[in-house]
Design a protein around this ligand. Structure first.
Ligand SMILES: O=C(O)C(=O)[C@@H](O)CO
Ligand code: MG
Length: 247
């Protein structure tokens, strides 16, 4: 039985994070993940996770100011980037979150990005996975990583055991579907997988990526992130869950 992680950055956004965690449990998710949990005290998030028995898979470093979409690659913003990294690690430790997505930002440069990634790798708590994600250029133009090849080059340059690829099938499907042919090569680099319909980013039950075929090929042992934007109430968008759980 395949397991899924409800991305609470997009699902049940009409309620506070602890209640969204409870809703994910009631809907049958095996785990949760979020984007920016920082407005919710970590103790409240932790309590909801303990109450439901769900694990938090990932959270993101703060995105920075309006339009930044992350800080790690931004020149002359190192202090802000490292404060965001420290904050994310503290929140993740307090909530037993498995992985932190280190958001690169727009109009970055590789020297700054690599130095901040190295700082994160050196200071990460033992056992925590760090993730970088290629965000397709239609979704976030000028993001520092728009392709899987750029992300893989970064991983190979840094060559750190705790730094992995967030493989988001939505972004891959939008601009580089041929990358799905390379999943066997990529698998050792992957730290987490996310899905959504391509190209509209709604529930993963239609569109140009057929998850009934792709998920068995990906053969991912952990919960897969359901990072999609429902067309209406989240509870009315979940027909895909039993179908993809069984495929
Ligand atoms: O947009 C995505 O895709 C993500 O995974 C986010 O973490 C970025 O906010
Ligand atoms: Mg994603």
């Amino acid at each position: 039985m395949r397991e899924f992680s409800a991305n609470l950055g997009f699902l049940w956004t009409d309620r506070p994070l602890p209640d969204a965690i409870r809703a994910a449990k009631a809907a049958g998710f095996a785990a949760v993940e979020c984007h920016f949990p920082y407005d919710t005290p970590a103790a409240e998030t932790r309590a909801a996770l303990l109450e439901t028995g769900l694990r938090m898979m990932t959270l993101n470093t703060r995105p920075g100011g309006t339009g930044d979409f992350g800080l790690l690659a931004l020149k002359d913003r190192e202090a802000e980037a490292r404060a965001a990294i420290d904050e994310a690690f503290a929140y993740a430790l307090a909530t037993d979150t498995r992985a932190v997505h280190l958001m690169a930002g727009k109009h970055g440069d590789d020297a700054t990005y690599h130095a901040n990634l190295a700082y994160a790798c050196d200071s990460a708590p033992p056992g925590m996975t760090l993730l970088i994600e290629a965000i397709n250029r239609w979704h976030v133009p000028d993001y520092h990583l728009n392709t899987t090849a750029q992300a893989v080059d970064t991983l190979k340059t840094l060559n750190r055991p705790n730094l992995k690829l967030m493989f988001d099938c939505y972004h891959v499907g939008r601009t580089e579907p041929e990358v799905f042919n390379d999943v066997d090569t990529l698998r050792p680099l992957i730290g987490h997988i996310q899905i959504a319909a391509v190209p509209d980013r709604s529930a993963p039950d239609h569109g140009s990526v057929d998850y009934v075929t792709l998920l068995p090929r990906l053969n991912w042992p952990g919960p897969i992130g359901a990072e999609y934007k429902p067309n209406g109430p989240t509870d009315a968008s979940l027909d895909w869950l039993p179908r993809l759980s069984a495929c």
